[in-house]
Structure formats: C-alpha cells, structure tokens
Design a protein around this ligand. Structure first.
Ligand code: GLA
Length: 404
C-alpha cells in the first residue's frame, strides 16, 4: 500500500482551472482571479465563540475565484462542484433565505458587504478549489474569503490592502456564514483565511479581535504537520455545533460573565453550575484556553517538539468533555501516535472531518500508512492525507514577487 498526499494547486494551476471554467461557462476571459486558503487549527478548538484564543495556520490548499464586474445588478455563479449548473439571478436575491447550498457561500459576501455600506454591483464568478470538501478544513470559508477579496478589488473597496480592512472582509464572511448559509460559527476560519502570513501561525484572540503572527518553522525542526482527512462527513449546520455554542452561552449567563473567557477560577465556576454536561463543556473551554497560551509560548520559543503533549491533551478534552470527536477521529489520532507522532488531535469543528499529527519529517509515509491500515482493519472508509505548510492569506493571483 502507498499513500498519496493531496497536492495544493500552484497560482498557475488554480488560475488556469478558474479561467478554463470561466471560458467554458461565460466565454472569454475574466478580469482577474483571487484565491483564499482553507486552514487547520493547531490548538484552541471551540473557543473562538467563547471569546478565546486559537492558533490556526492557513493551508497551501486554496479556492480560486475568477470574477468580472457587470454593468447591471445581475449575478451569475458557477462552481466546479456543479459545472453545468450555473446560478443566475438578481443581486437582491442573494440574501438570508434567498439562496442555499454553495450559492450562499459564493454569493453571500456581496450581501454582507452591501449591508456594511460597501457599494457592490452585479458580477460573474467562476469558482474552483483544491481544499478538500466537508473535511473540516474550512472549504466554505475559503470560498467566502476568495469571493470577498474578488469583490473588494472588483468594486474598488480597498479593504484587502491592510489588516484592518481584512478584518472587515472577514467580518463580512462571518456574517455570510451565519446569516446567509445558516451556520453561526465563531470566526476563526474566515479570520485566518484572510489575515494569515506564510510560515506563520496566527494567534487570533476573539476577546478583542486581534491577530498576531507567530513564526512557525517546522522544517528547521525537522517536523511536519500531517493532516488526516477521515472522510467522515462533517457539517456545521446539523445542530450539534449550535447546541455546543448555546450550552456555553447559557453557562456564561449562569456564571454572570459575558463569555467563558472571563472564567478565572475553574473549580469555583464548576461548583456553581447545575448540570454535569454543562460542567464538562465549560471545563473543556477553560482548559483549552490555557493550552493555547502554553502552546503559543512553545511555538514562539521554537520548542515545537514540546507541543505534542498539548495536542494529545486537547484531543482528550474534545473527546470526553466536549464530545465532538467520532470513531474515525479517535482511530486516526491513536494510530498516528502509535506510529510515532509526537502528538495528534482533531482539528476544526469535529463530528467527522480532519485530525492533525505532529510528526518527524521522515515519518510521513509510515504514519500515514499506519492510519490507513487502522482504518482498513476497522472497516472505515479510506482516509486522505495532506501536509499543512503554513501558507499566506488570500490575495489576487498570480501574486506579485514582492508580496509575502
Ligand atoms: C468550526 C467553526 C470555527 C470554530 C471551530 C471549532 O471550524 O467554523 O469558528 O468554532 O469549528 O474550533
């Protein structure tokens, strides 16, 4: 048996594929192509909507959007998910309740930007992606963010030029996901897709919306961050995510704090909560926030090998206290660790999706094979693998050589 890693498209490949879908659908050439990445989160899971910190990296795997401005208020959208199924309608139709499925993610940023007072008109867009779909790697956020960047430049909004503007674009994408697509997520995915820098993890702090670049040099440490897509379907709008979020909000209200970030004495907080499930959820959030702080310090100090046990502890907490793992995620992390990973955990929302394993660079094939075999023995669907080399945030492509 051998394992193939899912490749990331280069600027050229993504641009060509987007232009080819454009030509086949609309004819001619688009005005430009923009790209935005998926992500993995190193640590800090299910804490963003609790005002907490998280430490994601942008994947080299990106969604590419070819776009041209129209002179009217019409929109046409096509995706490589359904290349013969062009969505066509009035801009005004793109609104909460007006569109569904991939069109909500692809068109929604136009609604959200207009709501925020930015002048957006009609446009045509063709979308292609190499971010694995439904794998908990933020393929939806990558679509939203690539479209938002394309609209930003197409309509001269000027938001993509600096971090403050990118934060505004991320906010528009977060509102897209919550209000047009109907998944009230916490903001990590859109923020890292737009605010990341290559070779850095991004310390996002949802207490104040700040973002700090944390240098991440896996290569010098002889390490790789292996991503295991369990192929167990993952969805954020099936009620489980919303239920976790609601429980946290109820707990914060009972404790008299705005968010669980403000809990300073865990034992005292737990003693005040009436319900065992709620106590477990709160324990995960508060201990996970502490793990992010320790982990960020280790990454800053270049002590990447010491991060492993924190990944393991995070997974244990997500499994037993937050209850968002599943058989596939548990098997993936256990098999990776048995094959020599320094640490492993689920990443993203959970309930399926992907895990990450911190491994010695030379052991990627052996660890991947061990995970593949563990899945086969249990009769689970074959997993897929990719490497998380920290890439840059979204931008127009091809990127100019003087850009990071
Ligand atoms: C999903 C959401 C994020 C975050 C993670 C869990 O990826 O989109 O906002 O809540 O789950 O950390």
């Amino acid at each position: 048996m051998s394992v193939t890693l899912i490749p990331a498209w280069s600027d050229e490949e993504g641009t060509q594929r987007a232009a080819a879908l454009w030509a086949a659908t609309f004819g001619g050439r688009p005005d430009g192509v923009w790209a935005a990445p998926g992500r993995v989160n190193i640590i800090g899971e299910h804490v963003d909507y609790n005002g907490g910190p998280c430490l994601p990296v942008a994947l080299p795997h990106r969604t590419f959007v070819a776009m041209t401005r129209r002179d009217d208020q019409q929109v046409r959208l096509v995706s490589d998910l359904a290349p013969h199924d062009v969505w066509s309608g009035a801009l005004a139709q793109i609104a909460p309740g007006g569109v569904r499925g991939w069109v909500a993610y692809a068109g929604g940023p136009a609604w959200a930007l207009a709501q925020a007072g930015h002048p957006v008109g009609g446009f045509d867009a063709a979308i292609v992606s190499c971010v694995p779909l439904g794998a908990g790697l933020s393929s939806s956020a990558a679509v939203e963010c690539a479209v938002a960047l394309a609209l930003d430049e197409t309509f001269g909004l000027g938001l993509g030029a600096d971090d403050a503007g990118r934060r505004a674009l991320a906010d528009a994408c977060i509102r897209t996901e919550a209000q047009v697509a109907g998944a009230n997520t916490g903001g990590m995915d859109q923020s890292v897709s737009l605010r990341a820098q290559a070779d850095h993890a991004l310390l996002l702090d949802f207490r104040d919306g700040s973002a700090q670049q944390v240098p991440l040099d896996l290569t010098t440490s002889g390490l790789e961050l292996l991503v295991i897509d369990t192929r167990a379907p993952h969805s954020l709008d099936d009620g489980q995510y919303a239920e976790r979020r609601a429980t946290c909000e109820q707990a914060a209200a009972l404790l008299g704090v705005g968010t669980l970030r403000e809990v300073t004495d865990l034992d005292a907080a737990l003693a005040q909560l009436p319900d065992a499930v709620m106590r477990r959820r709160v324990r995960h959030v508060v201990t996970e926030i502490a793990r992010v702080e320790v982990c960020t310090g280790l990454v800053r100090d270049g002590r990447l090998r010491d991060v492993g046990p924190l990944l393991d502890a995070s997974h244990a907490s997500l499994r037993t206290d937050y209850e968002v793992t599943c058989v596939e995620l548990d098997v993936a992390v256990e098999a990776a660790r048995s094959a020599g990973a320094l640490g492993a955990r689920m990443t993203g929302g959970g309930f399926g999706g992907s895990a990450i394993a911190l491994v010695e660079a030379g052991t990627v094939p052996a660890v991947s094979l061990a995970v593949q075999e563990a899945f086969a023995v249990r009769g689970l669907a074959e997993p897929a693998f990719l490497l998380a080399h920290a890439g840059p945030g979204g931008a127009r492509v091809p990127r100019r050589s003087d850009e990071s």
